[in-house]
Design a protein around this ligand. Structure first.
Ligand SMILES: O=C(O)CCC(=O)C(=O)O
Ligand SMILES: [Fe+2]
Length: 312
């Protein structure tokens, strides 16, 4: 299939030969320094698992409003649970987003010393058989994949291959199920986007899409292009936190979702660092440090999330 976005086969990252891993690191680096958006193949996550997650998401979104609202993100205070259409507004200059969604975060036991900290705490779970187990399985697979990707980034950036490991071992990560109602069923045409123009906040996003068009991104030259789905490939993009961490060498790219002609679903996994991870530029020396003083994973994410919700 023809696309202007690079397709990176990362199977070499699982090789025992350093030269194989380096080669993938170079491919990833080229993509991250260029458009900051790329397709991921050779990732090792079984397509039937992704299909099951899409199916389970559909089952959830089909529940009646009362059951969905019982799990509302507004009640959770840790960026987890259900949000309804028009609750989120990614572009402050556009109407609220025409999408509903469900967020799942890192699952910790209540006895965990971290449990009461910001972004931690419990997940909201619908009462659907097998649902929680499936979502946590997929969450863990995406988390592991995100860490493997960071080994490739590290090789490309000239860091120790394991540099990010201890910064991603208890991450602020969010698995987000998304549903965009079709244009015809979406009520009055108020110019609302599916998802307003934005950049992602974290390090890297691993996105599965269902084949219905909608996702668009802005290339370095300023043109908006479609990112069509490629079967069994993930769409991957760099977020603002990794852009800052690399002193803007890796690029976080603006993107948006147009209101689809038919219902569209996607599953995004956002990998942000550990809350306490110190985010300080790894390239660019003193000058970079003046521009981007040290912050932490939690402080950075908090500063970005607050303006996004109408009802905090
Ligand atoms: O649904 C999509 O294709 C993209 C969603 C997105 O960009 C986001 O939730 O950050
Ligand atoms: Fe996004």
């Amino acid at each position: 299939m023809m696309t202007v976005l690079p397709i990176v086969d990362i199977s070499g990252l699982f090789s025992e030969a350093l030269e194989d891993r380096r080669r993938v690191g170079e491919d990833l680096g080229a993509a991250c320094r260029g458009t900051g958006f790329f397709y991921l193949t050779g990732h090792g996550i079984p397509p039937p698992l992704v299909a099951n997650v899409f199916e389970a998401a559909a089952t959830f979104f089909a529940l009646d409003e009362t059951r969905k609202h019982a799990l509302a993100m507004r009640r959770m205070r840790n960026n987890r649970g259900y949000f309804e259409v028009a609750e989120e507004q990614l572009d402050p200059n556009a109407p609220p987003d025409r999408k509903e969604g469900f967020n799942i975060g890192l699952e910790l036991l209540p006895a965990d010393p971290e449990f009461d900290k910001p972004f931690r705490g419990e997940n909201a779970w619908p009462d659907l058989p097998g649902w929680r187990t499936l979502m946590l399985d997929y969450f863990d697979r995406c988390w592991a994949l995100g860490r493997v990707l960071h080994r490739g980034f590290s090789l490309d950036l000239g860091l120790d291959e394991m540099f990010f490991e201890d910064k991603l071992d208890a991450p602020i990560a969010t698995l987000r199920l998304l549903r965009y109602p079709p244009a015809a069923a979406a009520g009055s045409p108020d110019g609302a986007p599916g998802a307003g123009e934005h950049t992602d906040y974290g390090n890297v996003t691993i996105l599965a899409v269902d084949g219905v068009a909608g996702l668009q991104l802005q290339t370095r030259s300023g043109d908006w292009i479609d990112a069509p789905s490629i079967p069994d490939a993930f769409i991957c993009n760099i977020g603002d936190c990794l852009m800052r961490w690399t002193n803007d060498v890796y690029v976080s790219t603006p993107h948006r979702v147009a209101v689809p002609k038919q219902e569209r679903k996607s599953i995004a996994f956002f990998l942000d660092p550990n809350p306490d991870a110190v985010v300080v530029p790894v390239l660019g020396g003193e000058e970079a440090l003046r521009r981007y003083p040290p912050t932490t994973g939690a402080a950075y994410l908090r500063s970005r999330l607050d303006p996004t919700y109408k009802t905090a």
